[in-house]
Design a protein around this ligand. Structure first.
Ligand code: MRU
Length: 349
């Protein structure tokens, strides 16, 4: 496979490598991901995470495996394992189906590799499309609240919501980012801050529950978040806590924008109730794990509810920022995504 370099995924000297995001911001450790079994484990454990990135990482791994002589049966079994690694982010299943389709007729490993490389290149272009559409919404001096991590660590391009912020800042707009820490796995506190430090964009880290105070104080002009799956009616599944942010933004009259590539839209889900929501291990809520080790602060047997994502209804979405368009809440609720699929090619071009 061709050499490839992004913030969290690379191919160097015929090795497919992933940056272990569970060790950030303290340690930058690259792990082998060429073996699809290992990659599935990296994805399940969130060493590799973010909807677009897990789609690209999974197909890169399948392609690497095929290129290194795996049989069609082994490739298909590996693809099935990867497909099941995380259930909510539709980018994962869609990307895997796409490379298998490309190789389908007489199992052409070269075609599979070419399709995986095309998916990665497209992700970069989709990010730039979102940045262009979303950037137009931001004004010099804005305070932007964001949740989870949606930057170069969650895609192989500039990012979704954080990509919008980054490109707008590079164009000269002075922005201040309020970063939700994002309980329970702290993607905001560990990863978004790490990225913003690298880009030199000013930010303030807050706990998730502090966001409404800043909104009431007039410090937040827009909320930009990512998405893991968007239903046909515009309901948006994203990192748990997003729904609470949307409710608070609505109460304070602050525009709320999910930012996502077309690869995150799932027209087969009529509404948010049809989106499968991943539930994760109880210990993630009983305490915390990181480069420092593990700490538990609640009784070992405490009952826990740990959905990794929640669904924000389309009525709370001021406008959805896609790579190819911006759709308002009423456009979403009146079938705008379906119309866009007909008007524009469903596959990223
Ligand atoms: O569980 P994670 O860290 O993979 O969740 C990530 C998110 O919820 C992001 O907002 C989403 O994947 C879109 S960002 C490109």
């Amino acid at each position: 496979m061709k050499e490839f370099e992004s913030l969290g995924l690379r191919i160097r000297n015929d090795r497919l490598l992933v940056l272990d995001q569970t060790l950030l911001p303290d340690r930058e450790v690259w792990l082998d991901g060429g073996d699809p079994g290992a990659m599935a484990e990296h994805i399940r454990e969130l060493r590799v995470r973010g909807a677009p990135l897990i789609g690209v990482a999974a197909v890169m791994s399948v392609a690497w495996f095929a290129e290194h002589g795996a049989s069609e049966g082994d490739v298909r079994a590996a693809a099935a394992r990867l497909r099941a690694a995380r259930p909510t982010a539709v980018n994962l299943m869609a990307a895997i189906d796409r490379v298998l389709d490309a190789a389908a007729s007489f199992f052409d490993a070269d075609a599979l590799v070419a399709e995986a490389e095309a998916i990665a290149a497209e992700d970069v272009a989709l990010c730039e499309g979102m940045a262009a559409h979303g950037g137009a919404l931001l004004e010099d001096g804005d305070g932007v609240l964001t949740h989870c991590n949606t930057g170069g660590l969650a895609t192989v391009g500039v990012g979704t919501a954080l990509g919008v912020v980054r490109r707008a800042a590079e164009s000269g707009k002075r922005l201040h980012v309020y970063v939700d820490e994002t309980r329970p796995l702290l993607q905001g506190a560990r990863l978004t801050t790490w990225e913003l430090e690298r880009y030199g964009i000013p930010y303030t880290l807050i706990t998730d529950s502090m966001a409404p105070i800043l909104m009431r104080a007039g410090r937040v002009q827009r909320v930009l978040v990512g998405a893991d799956r968007i239903a046909r009616n515009g309901d948006v599944a994203n990192k748990v806590g997003t729904y609470a942010v949307a409710v608070a933004a609505h109460h304070h009259g602050i525009p709320f924008h999910p930012v996502a590539p077309w690869t995150t839209v799932d027209l087969r889900c009529a509404d948010g109730a049809a989106i499968p929501i991943e539930e994760r291990p109880a210990d993630e809520v009983r305490g915390v794990r990181g480069s420092f080790g593990a700490v538990r602060w609640s009784p070992g047997g405490s009952a826990v509810y740990n959905p990794a994502f929640d669904v924000t209804p389309a009525v709370l979405v001021t406008a959805l920022v896609l790579d190819r368009a911006v759709l308002t809440s009423s456009e979403l609720r009146s079938g705008g995504l379906g119309r866009l699929a007909v008007a524009a090619p469903v596959r990223a071009s």
